[in-house]
Design a protein around this ligand. Sequence first.
Ligand code: IPT
Length: 964
Amino acid sequence: MRYFEDLTPSTGAREPRAWLRSSRSRISLNGRWDFKLWGRAPEGVPAVGGDWGSIEVPGHWVLQGHDRPRYTNTAFPFPIHPPYAPDANPTGDHVRWFSLPEDWPVDGAVLRFEGVDSAFKVWVNGVEAGTAKGSRLPSEFDVGALLRPGRNVLAVRVHQWSSGSYLEDQDMWWLPGIFRDVTLLARPLIDDVFVHASYDHVTGGGSLTVETVPGAVIRVPELGIVTEPGVPVEITAVEPWSAEVPRLYDATVEVPGETVELRIGFRTVAMVHGVFTANGRPLFFRGVNRHEHDERRGRALSVEAMRQDLVLMKQHNINAVRTAHYPPHPAFLDLCDELGLWVIDECDIETHGFIYTDWRGNPADDPDWAPMMLDRMRRMVERDKNHPSVVIWSLANESDRGQNFGVLASWTRERDPSRAVFYERDRTYEFSDFYSLMYPPLEDLEAIGTRTEDVTTEDSSLEARRRALPFILAEYAHAMGNGPGGLADYQRVLERYPRLQGGFVWEWIDHGLLLPAATDHVYGGDFGERLHGTNFCIDGLLFPDRTPSPGLAEYKKVLESVRITGLLTIENHRTFAGTDDLEFLWSVTSDGIEVASGHLDVPNILPGTSTQLEPPPLTVLPPQTARPSSPSDVERVLTVRAVLAKDTAWANAGHEVAWSQFVLEQPELAPASSGLPVVQSGDVLRLGGGEFDRNTGRLTHLYGQQVDGPQLDLWRAPTDNDNGQGGRNGVTQEWRAAGLDRLLHRVDGVDVTDNGLVVRTRVAPEGLGVGVRTTYRWTAYDDNLQLTVDVQPEGEWSGTAVTPRCTSWPRLGVRLQVPSGLENVLWYGGGPGEAYADSHCAARVGRFQHTVDELQTPYVVPQENGARTDVRWAELTDAEGNGLRVTGAPHFQLTARRWTTEDLEAARHRSDLTPRDHIYLNLDLAQSGLGSASCGPPTRDPLEIAPYTFSLTFTPIGGKSVDN
Ligand code: IPT
């Protein structure tokens, strides 16, 4: 059997140890390497020849023009016949020359690989140094004896497929290569360090024990500590580490010839009566699942990108990361220590593809695979054991139940009793310190909170044990495409019950890849592969280029750990920190224009407590705003914001962490003046600033601008969440079956009345009996043209034995086509970002200005997007400032784009969207919510099929109306 197919984790590798910053000499071997890709594994020692190219290390060859990346969700892209690899096994030979400096200690050197996907063999100067598997884990080889003074050559043969691949079936791109750093280290004298730094929340003291090589001296200058290995030092007063206050103490471990630098965080995590605590307080995870992804570099992430991820998390009120589904680059955890995030560190194990054998042959349940699995666990725990940020070790993801997890859990608990152990997919939870699920409906979460959930295992003692465990929502809110919806609902339930200790949204970033020279992101199926996972990995809160999506803005809002409620209470939902890092500001706007503002005097609010304040409008505002009952023609809104008072490591002073708005006064509706008459000339009807076609009743001109519509529109470009999982729980199928994507409009009458124009229509799908009676009533007064739309569904929408059932409409509103020049949009209402029925917490009331192009949300796979909600009015103007204003009663949703909904629906990539000669406006009363059905339950906010009436008033802007 070939080495890359056997069940030996490695040959010639050193024992796993901590990732250390050492003063010993080191040579980075990152950079340009000679490279040759073979279609199958070759024999012999790699030898550079004329047909070789070159490659950047760290990197993946499939992202550098050699072969192609491959995306599958759960499927193995090779036959399931463990532990064998297919013959077609792309193999990359990497060769690099390097020079040893004269003073290099040749008799002892370690070659370290931080990550090679998926199996490799190493030669130094033509002599084999060893082999290893385990893609997202380090391997080290003693190579001192193989080095020679001066020039040396290193050769690494990397196989894409190996026995290890059966343990690496995470939902992500298959990206082979040497994708993390390669370093030559002078032989370490301090081989390993294990820091045990705990905090006693009762006394405020700490305890420190450092295990390392005998004779080493350990120093923590700030605490005046100088000690030796294995000796506990008690510190009477120490500042604890937490994600909220990530206090680190610099320390050194020293032997003659080597100094290792450490950053120590004192903290203690413990399970107390079924609650997971840190430093004596229950933890609450406001988390995300994070894959390592860069649109051009794949998993060969730069440290800047890692920092950017964490800074963005901190800025969005996120306090926890699950390193789904493998240990990250070690530098990432240093940054988590420094910036303050709780981490679930997950091992590089997922055997998900065995669902296709009904879990027959699952390595997790086969003792022959235990050494491979335990090797991975050991390499993770040893490497990451000194990070205060890491509080939970996760054994694996999605690998069903397996006895090998018992082996991993026992070893881990013995090696590191100071942390908890997690595994979600074994429904007995025998080896886990937590109960956990993915994507449960809200009712199930509620049941878990109240400890009334269904039995998960027949074994009564395991069942009793599980029932006593705290719960972590490992994955929820699938952020695929436009979504997720429902974050606020989940947050409410998560926060309600002490047993629920928070959750982790799936997932942090879209895995869209840009191949060399490409401008559009690829996903599964773009290469004509038969077996692929489509766009299921385009499901992040960040777009592939790391710009935040509207979903992240929503998550930030619902996660706020300082809450500004009722007029005016400030609640501190933090675990450890007060609020004295914050400044509280208020402002009052009149129809979106600021009329007063100031500071609020807020005392330091201790965690878990709240303070009631005098609302500013009653004390500081001009008299008319202080009397809520006074008649008003404007809307007055009070906004209270909490911002950082000082710069932090992740945001500058002024960065907003929380906000709330309170409507103080609403405008009274102005009574309409008497109506203008309709004037007929030939086939044209004129009413106010509008011109209508006599036969169709359609508006053709508005204030001199050529328009078409407004016409009832019930359709939207289905989102990934509308589509659901392969058609199982989505609504798109139902919507299509009811013909909502093929509605026809019949005009039943265009009637001129005493005070306007009435257009009666019936809108209905081809081939079905259901329909919608739609009446458009037009009136005009002064400059205003008012439209009232009355919608009456008729027929069997709820289905019969032979007709389809339709339970919701995608949207309800009108579509209006206007000239392409009306591209400047100023609106007063919810903004600045898009919002939908179940994802609108982040939209605040204000005046916002965008061009039509800026209103688009650039989802990698085009789909419905860009709606602005609670719009009171919106103005669309051209470069000269001419155009129109639309006012809604009630408030409406605005969507404007340069392509039609049908164009958007047909597009598979953003480059498929070509601007047309018009702007298409959707002015909606409502749309269905987004939900999370692409991997989870359907939306809880569908748009009900029912009669509706709504009004829109058009007003000219700019006055220079052209008469045509
Ligand atoms: C869950 C996986 O753990 C995760 O990797 C990802 O695939 C996610 O789904 C969907 O994007 S597994 C699912 C069967 C709940």
